[in-house]
Design a protein around this ligand. Structure first.
Ligand code: PEP
Length: 257
């Protein structure tokens, strides 16, 4: 069985003081749960403070992006080796980064390889726009994003990689796919494409999250789907009770506790 993974993407929220205080509030209830990997991804500057709060707990840390180079003249960027010892995960290819920072499939592939080379686990985000969805292009588009992201990544790295299927039209909008729709896209365009690239057995090792307006009242619908192994959560990860509830629902639905 794949271990469920629930990750909170704090985006550009929380100052230093706020981040540490929030982590302090979150840690006891989230630590008490068993049966899911729990990851929070604060802004870069908050990571050391949040890490001090979470050290000794089972809650893991992730970053929200990296550069693909290890060092160099890349003003404003952070590299994978700079995050070693601070985080275990890094989100790569989030649609907000693709959209606002013009991140391409090629950059995402290089970032995934950089993360893996320095012992970090990438959470590779993919997903279609509303237009693509309405034109019936979702499967082809997401499948292509997966092929590009995994280009020249060896099968031996698959157990360390998480994919997040996040329809762009569902992120932060209050709209969400149905569990069944998400499961179908994941089965055909993500796990199915990985099976073509690496074989079915290897593709089964990759954990795949759903993301897009996940809330306590729709989490069970997603976690009840066989292809969905957890969630990448934005807005609801900024509320202690909601994030703990989401994690508890994932554990109950998967029977992993
Ligand atoms: C996200 O940031 O990846 C996300 C899915 O956001 P939200 O849960 O707010 O839609």
């Amino acid at each position: 069985m794949r271990m469920p993974i629930v990750a909170g993407n704090w985006k550009m929220y929380k100052t230093l003081g706020e981040a540490a205080a929030f982590a302090q509030e979150l840690a006891p209830a989230l630590s008490a749960l068993k049966g899911a990997e729990r990851v929070i991804c604060p802004p870069f500057v908050d990571i050391p403070d949040v890490k001090r709060v979470l050290d000794g707990t089972p809650i893991k840390l992730g970053a929200q992006n990296i550069h693909w180079e290890t060092q160099g003249a890349f003003t404003s960027s952070i590299s994978a080796p700079m995050l070693q010892g601070l985080v275990e995960y890094v989100i790569i290819g989030h649609s907000e980064v693709r959209q606002y920072l013009h991140e391409t499939d090629d950059m995402i592939n290089k970032k995934a390889k950089a993360a893996l080379a320095y012992g970090l686990s990438p959470i590779i985000a993919v997903g279609e726009s509303l237009d693509q969805n309405q034109r019936g292009e979702t499967e082809a588009f997401v499948g292509q994003q997966i092929r590009a992201a995994f280009e020249a990544i060896p099968a031996s790295d698959l157990p360390r990689i998480v994919v997040a299927y996040e329809p762009i039209w569902a992120i932060g909008t209050g709209l969400s796919a149905t569990g069944e729709q998400a499961n179908t896209i994941i089965k055909r365009a993500i796990r199915g494409v990985l099976a073509t690239l690496y074989g079915e057995e290897k593709a089964e090792l990759v954990r795949i999250q759903y993301g897009g307006s996940v809330k306590p009242d729709n989490m069970a619908e997603f976690m009840g789907q066989p292809e969905i192994d957890g969630a990448l959560v934005g807005g609801a990860s900024l509320k202690v009770d909601d994030f703990v509830t989401l994690t508890r629902i994932a554990i109950e639905a998967k029977g992993s506790g």
